[in-house]
Design a protein around this ligand. Structure first.
Ligand code: MSK
Length: 664
């Protein structure tokens, strides 16, 4: 049903492409997540984690001072349980994605995965090294099979510890063991959170949150890390390329297929299918000029950084893409897919196709993915989209696109800083030590219609760049920056402070580095670990002048990421609101207690300026602790391209005078 837009499109989103489509939705009387959020204020009790629904004696609302639930549960226990369950759900989602990739790798090793192959044998061997799997004299298939078996075993392991924990700095690894939070097996830690938070179990807030930490680590240094590594083995380790982002990547004269969700397996095969000459000819027979694929959310990040497939946008663009009227099929897999899509698509010709055996949505067509017949399934889907092209009605594609350079895997960052034979993060550490780069921020996470789309991401990133903070990004935060033009080399000239600009010019990189999808936050863990062991920035992740930010987060996966980042020693600031803000004690444990125990913490800050202020204060505190020179921007910026640019802007007569002296 139509909702009157009380907010303007500009208040809903910072993105001009969204403005145009939101006006169209309003004219057509179609609601979106933007208008639904406005029409449905968040529940004031649930919003602060003050409602316990863990058993049927409730739900209990703990809204008065000292009030307890029917069982006697306190606000602290309730808040800790809610937080821990969010972390467990987020960890389960990420990690299950990793499990599916492990099974695909196993099928590839056995020659049973149609169309898939091992694209990065170097990464295959590197991962084998991390797992203690011998590689000498063995075929790719043999190594892949053993990696897959080991990976699958990590999920069901009951005792011991996950094999990737030793990829963390030694001090961090020892700390996890000392605190008793080193994860034993991925599934085990998720199950234990659910057990401990069942009615009548663990009732000490800090103790519950310790298990949340252990569970999150099983994601960050377990399931998600496996997902990243195996994706690289199967589909190639990303390196920078050029592509485009925003709704303007949709074509008005081609069949448009949008892939959305998180898993790269089917979408990678779709890329092969859409280049099939027979299907291209079939599309032309239906009156289209060709077949165009674009992505949304993290499936988009996967195909963007590896194949250069353009991105139609981030989380809140999923409905807007359909509202263009130009999408023949939206092909979804897992996570972050709004249930509103099939109803919305009923207003247009778009077919919503669910492809994961785990995800069905009423009103959508279900074509389940099976890695043994991936190419056949991809071709079937492409053919359906082509058949749908003649049904297209009125189309409105905003003429808004930005160029983007994605694909900075940690392997590529090492290569770009040191070349093939001296690949290293040494120049990055040196730049931070000298003060050219003040520190590093990882800006990640979602959009949330409770706040202006991309507004917080863009405001925070712009201010950090101006303060010489190098920004790395994943997920929908990265796509927000891409739309805004931050993921381009030229952005350094426009946005970066003098020291950061010098580094970007010298290395030839954007000031904001796209590192992948939300499971790929593990790439950031790898970079931080390497920075800590490279020398000069302490010997643990908690020593590094760095922060983690998720200004517009909404998903439980973001909570899992925040928890494993804090457990790994990072200061994490989450925007929007504190989901356990009703309990001052839980809020204190997540910040003060965790900082004392782990050197990392989570805080919730809704305001962009305050996020930046706290980030810079933390970075400067870490610089001081390392006895690095204080941040002095005036020392930098007198070399490199900016000097050249200033020169080029001088009138020719002044250039001549500077070179040859004043005319006689
Ligand atoms: S897709 S989890 S909205 S980043 Fe990874 Fe974006 Fe957040 Fe989903």
């Amino acid at each position: 049903m139509s909702k009157k837009i009380a907010k303007t499109p500009e208040q809903f989103s910072a993105d001009p492409a969204a403005w145009e489509i939101l006006l169209r939705a309003d004219k057509m009387g179609i609601g979106t997540a933007f208008t639904r959020a406005q029409a449905m204020p968040a529940c004031p009790i649930g919003e602060k984690g003050m409602c316990c629904s863990m058993c049927l004696m409730g739900p209990c609302r703990l809204v008065k001072d000292g009030q307890v639930g029917v069982c006697g549960a306190t606000l602290e226990t309730v808040g800790a349980r809610i937080f821990a369950r969010h972390v467990a759900a987020g960890s389960a989602a990420h990690s299950d994605h990793g499990r599916d990739l492990a099974f695909t790798l196993k099928a590839v090793a056995e020659g049973q995965a149609q169309g898939f192959t091992i694209r990065d044998p170097y990464k295959l061997r590197a991962v084998a090294g991390h797992m203690g799997i011998p590689v000498n004299g063995r075929s790719d298939a043999e190594i892949a099979g053993q990696i897959a078996d080991k990976a699958i075993g990590e999920f069901g392991q009951q005792k011991g510890e996950l094999v990737f924990l030793k990829r963390a700095p030694k001090k961090r690894y020892e700390l996890w063991k000392e605190l008793g939070i080193a994860p034993r097996g991925i599934d085990r830690e998720v199950v234990e959170v659910l057990h401990r938070t069942h009615m009548g179990d663990d009732q000490d807030a800090e103790h519950i949150l310790d298990q949340a930490l252990r569970c999150s680590l099983s994601d960050g240094w377990g399931g998600s890390m496996l997902a990243t590594d195996i994706s690289d083995i199967l589909f190639g380790t990303p390196s920078p390329l050029v592509s485009q982002v925003n709704l303007g990547v949709l074509r008005d004269d081609e069949v448009n297929i949008v892939v959305h969700g998180h898993e790269p397996t089917l979408s990678e095969m779709m890329v092969t299918a859409l280049n099939d000459p027979e299907l291209v000819a079939y599309a032309k027979s239906k009156g289209a000029q060709g077949i165009n694929m674009a992505g949304i959310c993290c499936t988009s990040n996967e195909t963007l950084m590896r194949q250069g497939i353009p991105s139609a946008g981030n989380f809140l663009h999923q409905e807007l893409a359909i509202l263009t009227g130009a999408v023949e099929a939206m092909v979804v897999d897992v996570q972050c897919i709004m249930q509103a899509l099939p109803n919305l698509a009923d207003n247009f010709h778009t077919e919503i196709i669910t492809t994961s055996p785990k995800v069905k949505i009423s009103g959508a067509t279900h074509i389940p993915f099976d890695e043994h017949h991936a190419l056949d399934i991809a071709k079937t889907i492409v053919r359906r989209a082509i058949d749908n092209y003649p049904n297209r009605g009125d189309v409105l594609i905003p003429n808004v696109v930005s160029d983007v350079v994605p694909g900075f895997s940690h392997e590529y960052i090492n290569y770009m800083l040191g070349g093939s034979f001296r690949a290293s993060l040494r120049p990055l550490n040196d730049a931070i030590m000298s003060g050219r780069i003040r520190g590093v921020a990882a800006n990640v996470g979602c959009n949330n219609p409770r706040v202006q789309q991309d507004g917080l991401h863009n405001a925070v990133v712009a201010q950090l760049l101006a303060n010489d903070v190098l920004v790395v990004e994943t997920g929908c935060g990265a796509l927000a920056s891409a739309k805004c033009g931050f993921l381009l080399g030229e952005a350094a000239m426009e946005w970066a402070g003098p020291g950061l600009r010098e580094v970007c010019e010298a290395v030839g990189i954007p000031p904001v580095l796209h590192m992948g999808s939300c499971v790929d936050n593990t790439r950031i863990l790898t970079v931080l670990s390497q920075m800590a062991t490279e020398g000069g920035l302490g010997d643990d992740i908690s020593d590094i002048p760095a922060v983690g930010l998720a200004p517009e987060w909404m998903s439980e996966k973001a909570m899992a990421i925040a928890a494993y980042a804090a457990a790994s020693g990072a200061y994490v600031i989450m925007g929007v609101h504190n989901p356990v803000g009703g309990s001052a004690e839980v809020t204190r444990i997540l910040s003060d207690v965790w900082e004392r125990k782990l050197g990392g913490k989570i805080e919730f800050v809704a305001d962009a300026d305050e996020i930046v202020e706290r980030s810079l204060a933390h970075i400067d505190k870490k610089r001081a602790a390392l006895k690095l020179p204080p941040y002095e921007p005036d020392k930098w910026g007198k070399s490199g391209d900016s000097r050249m640019q200033a020169w080029m802007e001088l009138p020719v007569e002044m250039q001549a005078e500077a070179l040859y002296g004043a005319p006689a």
